[in-house]
Design a binder for this molecule. Sequence first.
Ligand code: GPK
Length: 835
Amino acid sequence: EEKETVKSENKEVLIQDARTGLTVEALKKAILNNLFYVQGKYPEIATRNDYYMALSFAVRDRLLQRWTSSVKQYLEGKNRVVSYLSAEYLLGPHLANNLINLGIYKEMEQATQELGVNLQWLIDKEVEPGLGNGGLGRLAACYMDSLATLEVPAIGYGIRYQFGIFEQDIRDGWQVEDTDNWLRRGNPWEIARRELNYEVKLGGYVQHYMDRDGRYRSNWMPELTVKGVAYDTPILGYKVNTCNALRLWKSEAPKSFDFQSFNSGDYNHAVNQKIICENISKVLYPNDETISGKILRLQQQYFFVSCSLQDMIGIHLRQGEKIEDFNVTFAVQLNDTHPAIAIAEMMRLLLDEHDLEWVDAWRVTTRTFAYTNHTLLPEALETWDLELFGSVLPRHLELIYEINKRFLDEVTIKVYGDHQKISSLSIIGEGPRKFIKMANLACVGSFAINGVAALHSDLLKKTVLKDWYAYSPEKFSNKTNGVTPRRWMVLSNPKLTALISEKIGENWIKHLDELKNLEQYADDPEFQKSWMQVKLEMKQELAKRILGKTGVKVDPESMFDIQVKRIHEYKRQHLNVLHLITLYNRLKQNPKMDMVPRTFIFAGKAAPGYKMAKLIIKLITSVGDLVNNDPDVNHRLKVVFYPNYNVTNAQRIYPAADLSEQISTAGKEASGTGNMKLSMNGALTIGTLDGANVEIREVVGEENFFLFGLTAEEVTQKRNEGYDPYTYYKSNKELKLAIDQIASGYFSHLDDKIFKDLVNNLIYHDPFLVLADYESYVACQDKVSEAFRDKAAWARMSILNTARMGKFSSDRSIREYCDDIWKVKSVPVHLNGDS
Ligand code: GPK
């Protein structure tokens, strides 16, 4: 009954102006209307959340008009659709972003003002959907924005986690985690599509039999069946009518199941099974770039992939197309290996459910998928214990064996006798226990493989995917990451946006290359003054928030030295701390010294099980406690750990940055995207030749970038020579002092045990060459400080950074994916009812 549609005499739905109008009057009406009819409140008794909801529904109505128009256009046109599969979407708050993309921010500001409420106050009420860990999830969100802005038909598929990334609190200097109950007050941005649901099997075994036509068949008898229900969030492009869907799956118990168990009288069993089903989409795994190998995580991956592929096949077949032409309708991008099980699931659906022969199914599959790799850390490449895998996905294990067998037969012929190569290309890893290599499954089943920055793509070919590159070089390409200027400039930095637009118009928001027109003002003293005034105001705002959140008073005139990102040893927050301690010691030893005042700002979450990362947070807060309370230094040095780094907080931090810390060990950061956001907002970068830093330096000019450290090649060489951190520790006085202080408990009330693991790791192992880069880093930081003294020169460099960042718009990235990989074109959307 749910699938029935309403047939109406009136084909054209009457669209009320109060639901779609963009004028101040229409918006006011809409807000009051929603307050009354949706929230059941009148203005005098409405709460802040009531207003937030009413406003959001008013905005959503306007999105839905564009959404239905987009769907209509897509279905009529038979256009190839991009399907982005990602286990994470780190969207950030919707309301303000949608106001900007609708082009009604000013109008809404006035409408709310006339109703006696403050727009920013309502915007700040939104709890952001933190359905991702860090860079990878945020990239997916930027790409959804750019796909819609470029008017590309696209669907984003993922998981509707009931609990997103944990909330971070700092207690006694340590990270403590709290659950992220983001749906608590309701989510006005999603639409539950109860009628859109699919069954997903899990566990059990496979029966084999011959059917009446003599065809060999498989019948998967699952232990459990779960149901995935679609929840859609409209994603509107910037000042276009294109509104794409982000379709997230929620897991539930299927009706049939309730029936069976409840009727058989085993109530407890039935309730337990229901809980097991609902658990699948319950919580986001908080590990970033680490594998945990947990059954539930594999179930999550398979769950959302299966729902998504069933959904796509449904869409394809409903258009009257043949299953063999699936790849004409959809181009499916795998965001890392998390959805790579899609390769096997596609084969299962084509073979077992749609009766294709193997070669035909494999042809369709390998013309459908493309795979993006996001990491060079070998320990981050996903594998599954084969037995565990088989216990969850018995049919897929068979299929993977068959895929592997056919593939290795082909390999054996090509690489004759090279066993090393054969085993490296095999999807199945041998050892004390066999395991499934998801990157290999992704590579064998995809027609395109890409890295996320030039250096990363190059290193992929030389390291983790070397044998794949040798085997199929034609599959490889680079797609340097980008970020959306709508959220990361227009929304987060409205003052800078206004200043830029005053000079060069507003075109840059959609064509970021036009920022280069700012270059002509880089030496203009008036413009420099306005530019630095905006920066100062943003620093003042952040200073207020810092005081409120941490109790630390910081000087907005000091240099804001900012490192915000997940805490990871390869990102080397501890290298930053060593510099900080060095400055502290210099000041203590020479209190009269003329030093450029700095505020060190850190933010970022540590994976709850990652001991060393949590210890690094404790180190930062411990050094901060001492420095911030020492009157000898605290008017020139301050240390802040800004808690609970997320999209909302990132938007407030980037505009206030003078210096952007991008100091990962060369060859370890695939791209980085915070580096782009900071530079766009006028921060200068101190960084290694790693990830996209290389390309940022290329475009902004080496004279506007503070470079230090070993290159990726030198890092490898150093390791091969037998790197000994202890010699660096012994031979550099300032370094030794800093490390000895940490070890002796100088920053921890004389507790000499607490940082022991960290210190020993650094002086005896130092896998990320912190000590090797220390001297070069500190020397470079000295240059940064000198440069900061010359305000005009700094302003010039800052302006040039922003002016030259055009390349790093996610619009550019998405255009490259569209042209080179997906082969899709823009499809402009006309509003329904417009004639
Ligand atoms: C890479 F492998 C992973 C991962 O599991 N999570 C994640 O956020 C990041 N990433 C890289 O570390 C960044 O360098 C990169 O910019 C980002 O993915 C997007 O490509």
